[in-house]
Design a protein around this ligand. Structure first.
Ligand SMILES: *Cc1c(COP(=O)(O)O)cnc(C)c1O
Length: 404
C-alpha cells in the first residue's frame, strides 16, 4: 500500500478531508476508494501466523489485522487530527475500552472525567475497578480539582471536552501539563469537538478518541471509533487490543465513514451556524429556562471555548420547567427533529436526560461540589439537541410549535 500520495501538512482542512489517505486504484484507475470486503488476502509462504512480528506496512493478511479500506480511513483521520497514526475500531466504546485496557493493569490508577459519555462512566464504575484498576472521578473542567486528583503514580488522565451531555469544557493544555507533571498520559475524547474545532495532540494530549458514529461519519448509518496518537503507542496498542480483542470495524462501515468524513469541515461550519441560530432562538423562548451552548456568551466557560475551539460544534443543551412533560410533548409533536439518542448526524436529534435517573445509573457523583457543578449546568434534567443540517428557520419553527 502506498504512503500518503503527497505532503498534506500545507494544505487546507477541506482539501485534506477530501484527498488525504485516498488514492486512485492502481489497477482500475477508480477515483473513489475501493471497498474491500475480503476477510483474507492471498500471501506468500513466508508469511507468519502471529501478529507478533508484523510491521505496520507489511502486506495485508487478515482483515482483523488490517484492511485496505480501513487503512485509508486511518490515514485520512491521522492527517486531519495531525497525528502520527490512527487505529480504527468497530465503535467509539471499542476504541475507549481498548485504550483503557492497553494503558492500565491491576493496581494502576487513572483519573477520569466525572461526567463523560454514559458507557465510559458505567464501564469505569464497574468493569475496570473489578479488574483491580483504581479509578478516581473528578470534574476535570475544574483545574484545581484535577491537579489535586492527579498525584504521582497516576498512569492515565481521561477527559472529554465538551463533555456529553453538559457541554462543560476542560482546558486541554492545562490538563496535559497536570498529567505530565505527575508522569501520567492524557487522553481526550474529542467526539463533540471534532478535529475541525480542536486538535488535542497539538495542545499536549497523548491520545485522542472519537466516536466516528457521530460528526465524523456524520450520517447516522455506521458505527465506528478511532484512537490517534504517536506510532510508539499505537503500533503495540493495535496488536494488543485491536487485533487480539477484535473490535474490528466492518470495511463497509469504514467506507461509509470515509465518504462522510470528506465533507466534515463543510458540515461543521453549517452545524455551528445552525446551532448558533437555534441557541439564540431558544434563549428567547419563554418555556426555556436555560440554554447551554459554548458559542453563546452565556456559557459559563465561553472564554475558554473561544480560546480552545475553532468551531463551537452543533450540540446544544437546554432546560425547561417540567422536563419529563416537555419530553413527552416533543417526542409526540416534533415533525422535523427526531426524538432519538446519538448526535452529529445531518438529521437533527433531540433527547431528554433526567438528572435523577442519570445520577443513579451513570454518573455517581461523590461530592457536594461535583453535584453542585452538575446542577449548575443541568438542573433537574436537560434536553440534548444535536442541531443538524436542515434549514435553521425550519428547525426553529419545529421547536416553536412543539414547545407551545
Ligand atoms: C457516542 C459517544 C461515544 C461512544 O461511541 P459509540 O460509537 O457509540 O460506541 C463516546 N464518547 C462520546 C463523547 C460519544 O458521544
Amino acid at each position: 500500500m502506498k504512503d500518503h500520495p503527497q505532503d498534506f501538512s500545507k494544505l487546507g482542512e477541506q482539501t485534506k478531508a477530501v484527498h488525504a489517505g485516498e488514492f486512485p486504484d492502481p489497477v482500475t484507475g477508480a477515483s473513489s476508494p475501493n471497498l474491500v470486503m475480503s476477510t483474507t488476502f492471498v500471501v506468500d509462504a513466508d508469511t507468519t501466523f502471529s501478529v507478533e512480528g508484523m510491521g505496520e506496512d507489511d502486506p495485508f493478511v487478515y482483515t482483523r489485522w488490517g484492511n485496505p479500506t480501513i487503512r485509508q480511513l486511518e490515514e485520512k483521520l491521522a492527517v486531519l487530527e495531525d497525528a502520527e497514526t490512527a487505529v480504527v475500531f468497530a465503535s467509539g466504546m471499542s476504541a475507549a475500552t481498548a485504550l483503557l485496557l492497553h494503558t492500565l493493569k491491576a493496581g494502576d490508577r487513572a483519573v477520569i472525567s466525572d461526567v463523560a459519555y454514559a458507557a465510559v462512566a458505567e464501564a469505569t464504575n464497574e468493569l475496570f475497578p473489578g479488574l483491580g484498576i483504581v479509578i478516581t472521578k473528578v470534574d476535570t473542567s475544574d483545574p484545581d480539582a484535577l491537579a489535586a486528583a492527579v498525584t504521582p503514580g497516576v498512569k492515565l488522565v481521561y477527559i472529554e471536552t465538551p463533555c456529553n451531555p453538559l457541554l462543560r469544557i476542560t482546558d486541554i493544555g492545562a490538563a496535559a501539563e497536570t498529567a505530565h507533571k505527575a508522569g501520567a498520559r492524557l487522553a481526550v475524547d474529542s467526539t463533540f469537538a471534532t478535529p475541525v474545532a480542536t486538535k488535542p495532540l497539538r495542545l499536549g494530549a497523548d491520545f485522542v478518541i472519537h466516536s466516528l458514529t457521530k460528526y465524523i461519519g456524520g450520517h447516522g448509518d455506521a458505527l465506528g471509533g478511532v484512537l490517534l496518537g504517536k506510532a510508539a503507542d499505537l503500533v503495540p496498542l493495535r496488536k494488543r487490543t485491536s487485533i487480539r480483542l477484535g473490535g474490528t470495524i466492518s470495511p463497509f462501515n469504514a467506507w461509509l465513514i470515509l465518504r462522510g468524513l470528506a465533507t466534515l469541515p463543510l458540515r461543521m461550519k453549517a452545524h455551528e451556524e445552525n446551532a448558533l441560530k437555534v441557541a439564540r432562538y431558544l434563549e428567547t423562548n419563554p418555556k426555556v429556562t436555560r440554554v447551554i451552548y459554548p458559542g453563546l456568551p452565556s456559557h459559563l466557560q465561553h472564554d475558554l471555548a473561544k480560546r480552545q475551539m475553532k468551531n463551537f460544534s452543533g450540540m446544544i443543551s437546554f432546560q425547561t420547567g417540567r422536563g419529563k412533560e416537555t419530553a413527552r410533548r416533543l417526542a409526540e409533536k416534533l415533525r422535523i427533529i427526531h426524538y432519538a439518542v446519538s448526535l452529529g448526524h445531518h438529521r437533527s436529534l433531540i433527547f431528554y436526560l433526567h438528572t435523577e435517573e442519570l445520577l443513579a445509573t451513570s454518573f455517581k457523583l461523590a461530592t457536594q461540589k461535583q453535584l453542585d457543578s452538575w446542577k449548575a449546568f443541568a438542573g433537574d434534567g436537560i434536553f440534548r439537541l444535536s442541531v443538524g443540517l436542515e434549514d435553521a428557520d425550519d428547525l426553529i419553527a419545529d421547536l416553536e410549535q412543539a414547545l407551545k
